[in-house]
Design a binder for this molecule. Structure first.
Ligand SMILES: Nc1ncnc2c1ncn2[C@@H]1O[C@H](COP(=O)(O)OP(=O)(O)OP(=O)(O)O)[C@@H](O)[C@H]1O
Ligand SMILES: [Mg+2]
Length: 477
């Protein structure tokens, strides 16, 4: 395998030589005696890791690394700084997007470990990028394969912001296409957040009624009497507070569509009014003796099981049959996992665009976590999570899995947190646990344990002393 290149920048020849000797075995080491020289090299060649001293005559380390970042954003930047400079440079360090700084004097072994980690980070980011482009390519292929199917819909349906190429979604769209230009009542079923309201909108705006009103009424949100007057209107004096005649939503939505959400939450009295609207195309305003003709298409939705509601007497059977002439079931997200990448990219674009943030992409791990998550809140939950990630993400960076909400991250850590509540003791506990595990795995071999833990041999010795762990005792186990 080709060795990765590390660029070391320092004005002191002895330091350059020392670092070169230290890293030569594992890497291709290039040295520069100042910022300008370092930048010249970067303009010509890519490097995996840049190691720079802070105090140099001419250009200081932070300025150099800032400029280096513009030329080679993918290179991982490490700064070497004296103790005295840490406070002063820490803000600047953040600005230059520095991976880590090492304070002088340092253990050679520590430096090697940090460089090794930096190389790993460099690879991880690059892998994520190539995976990203591979995913994009795959998506393109999929898109082309689905194009034929999709074309049929596109001829007649403007799907707006509806994302989904998975087989269950294509089935849904096939049904939508059949029903869109009929006066038929549609019943949208599906768990919360599966896109019922979005689909109702799509049906309306693709129908011949699109130039008239699309009205949404949530039937679960308001008391029954109020809902009746909202939907059917009332006449002056029909109840206390009814000081004027009021037009109901059915009249306002004349020749348009009304979307009745949470229809399972309606009372029997209201259900009767709806049945009349559906069957006869007539409504009766509250307090009125007469009926009014209306021409409204009804789309209803619920995440209740209406059949159960009928059985238990809470929902009129006759209305149920009128409503369920054309049911469409929106599948939960867990049954259309292949839609997740498309949805993720779509929401990233949506929310990054909204706040004008440039996002480089998301890493492989996070996509895997999202593809395998349960999502009881379905697409709404995914959408909220992406909005949160975009808010937390750094400009021009790749979104990494450490930004995910706690419910998506590894759960094993939770008991430790619950048990300790105190960061210091939790860390000590984890240290002891991980050190013992590593010693067990390596039968007490210090060097291999240190390597496994990603720390130096000296560092491990210090920790063993601090925790009073005897490595010898793992040899015989
Ligand atoms: N296929 C999809 N593509 C893009 N966005 C979607 C899709 N489905 C749903 N969404 C988005 O997810 C969110 C929730 O969708 P919607 O409000 O339509 O769900 P719902 O089924 O009505 O949920 P509830 O039962 O909780 O009312 C909305 O922001 C919607 O735009
Ligand atoms: Mg809804």
């Amino acid at each position: 395998m080709n060795k990765e290149t590390i660029l070391v920048v320092d004005d002191q020849v002895e330091v350059l030589n020392m670092l070169r000797r230290l890293l030569l075995k594992d890497y291709n080491v290039v040295v520069a005696s100042g910022g300008e020289e370092g930048l010249d090299y970067l303009k010509k060649e890519p490097v995996a890791v840049i190691l720079s001293d802070q105090r140099m005559p001419g250009m200081d380390g932070v300025t150099f690394l800032n400029k280096a970042r513009k030329i080679r954003p993918e290179s991982v930047r490490i700064m070497i700084t004296g103790y005295a400079d840490i406070e002063a440079t820490i803000g600047a360090v953040n600005q230059a997007g520095i991976y880590q700084y090492i304070s002088k004097p340092f253990e050679p072994e520590d430096l090697k470990q940090i460089v090794k980690k930096a190389i790993q980070k460099y690879h991880a980011v690059r892998n994520a990028e190539s995976l990203q482009s591979e995913l994009l390519k795959k998506n393109k292929e999929l898109e082309e394969a689905n194009l034929k199917l999709y074309k049929q819909f596109e001829e007649h349906l403007d799907l707006g912001n509806l994302i989904g190429n998975s087989p269950p979604m294509l089935k849904v769209l096939k049904l939508v296409k059949k029903v869109v230009n009929t006066p038929t009542t549609v019943l949208l079923l599906g768990e919360t957040g599966t896109g019922k309201e979005l689909l109702a909108k799509i049906i309306h705006y693709n129908s011949s009624r699109k130039d008239n009103a699309f009205i949404v009424q949530n039937c679960g949100a308001i008391p029954d009497t109020l809902l009746q007057s909202e939907l059917f209107g009332h006449i002056k004096g029909s109840f206390t507070g009814a000081i004027n005649n009021k037009q109901g939503l059915f009249e306002i939505a004349d020749k348009g569509t009304i979307f009745l959400d949470e229809i399972g939450d309606t009372s029997p009295a209201l259900q009767l009014g709806l049945l009349r609207a559906l069957q006869e195309g007539e409504i009766k305003p509250v307090g009125s003796a007469g009926l009014k003709k209306v021409d409204v298409r009804i789309i209803a939705a619920t995440n209740k099981n209406l059949e159960e509601e009928v059985k238990s007497g809470r929902f009129r059977e006759d209305l149920y049959y009128r409503l369920s002439v054309f049911p469409i079931l929106l599948p939960p997200l867990r049954e259309r996992q292949s839609d997740i990448p498309d949805l993720v990219y779509y929401f990233i674009e949506k929310y990054a665009g909204r706040i004008n943030k440039k996002i480089k992409g998301i890493d492989k791990e996070i996509m895997q976590v999202l593809m395998n998550a349960a999502f009881p809140g379905n697409i709404r939950e995914l959408e909220n999570e992406i909005e949160r990630l975009i808010t937390l993400a750094d400009e021009n960076e790749i979104i990494t899995s450490d930004l995910l909400s706690p419910r998506f991250s590894q759960v094993e850590i939770q008991p430790v947190i619950d048990q300790h509540r105190n960061l210091k003791t939790a860390i000590e506990y984890l240290e002891r646990k991980m050190i013992s595990q590593a010693l067990k795995n390596t039968k007490g071999n210090i060097l291999r344990s240190a390597r496994e833990l990603g720390i130096s041999r000296v560092g491990l010795h210090k920790m063993l002393n601090r925790h009073g762990i005897n490595a010898e005792s793992f040899k015989s186990r």
